[in-house]
Design a protein. Structure first.
Length: 207
């Protein structure tokens, strides 16, 4: 058990250690790093985190994180608005944007269907996706779920809900290894998977 000469240092380490992927040794190293920095720099860092938590919102259209009620992607006149890529999380939006190979818009589900974890369709933004399809002239939906059982389950559920609509339903090409998350896939592979997407029914016929 670590002992600290300062209760303030211990409190800071305890809070930093709550962050994902941060152990107590790393938390201590970060806390000591802040002690070496100018007070103004640390205040700027702290205020940026507080401002992030207080002021950031989710786009009312696609549920991506945003500084306003409608994100920059949904607001852009340079994007193709009848092409929607459905992803699990906002991290997937960032990963696909980094490829520079996609110019449509997004729909963030906020998770994937996972009965083991108690996550059902009603816990995701699937109903909002259906409303977007009904209201807007959507021509293609790209299903970009992770290559996992839960991802395939989510894809199939959305496929069944969208079958009645006249639109093209595709899925990203499986250049991505089974079990891989999109955010950890290299940009070249992910970009090619978007460009080489295939009709979802073709994917089903090979399962």
């Amino acid at each position: 058990m670590n002992t600290y000469s300062s209760k303030l240092l211990e409190n800071a380490v305890n809070e930093l250690a709550k962050l994902p992927g941060i152990g107590r040794k790393t938390a201590l190293r970060l806390a000591l790093h802040f002690l070496k920095k100018d007070v103004n720099e640390v205040e700027t860092f702290g205020s940026s985190i507080i401002k992030l938590r207080k002021e950031i919102v989710y786009c009312q259209e696609c549920f991506n994180i945003s500084d306003s009620v409608k994100c920059a992607i949904c607001s852009s006149t340079k994007r193709v608005h009848d092409l929607v890529c459905v992803v699990e999380t906002v991290r997937d939006v960032m990963a696909i944007e980094n490829t520079g190979q996609y110019n449509g818009i997004y729909h963030v589900l906020g998770g994937i269907i996972s009965p083991i974890e108690g996550i059902g369709p009603e816990d995701l933004t699937i109903e909002s996706l259906l409303i977007r399809v009904k209201k807007n002239n959507i021509k293609e939906i790209i299903l970009a779920m992770p290559a996992t059982i839960e991802g395939d389950t989510t894809n199939f559920y959305i496929y069944k809900r969208l079958k009645e609509y006249e639109l093209r339903l595709t899925t990203i090409a499986r250049g991505i290894s089974i079990g891989d998350e999109l955010e950890y896939t290299d940009e070249v592979t992910l970009g090619r998977s978007i460009l080489n997407r295939t009709p979802y029914e073709t994917f089903l016929s090979h399962k």
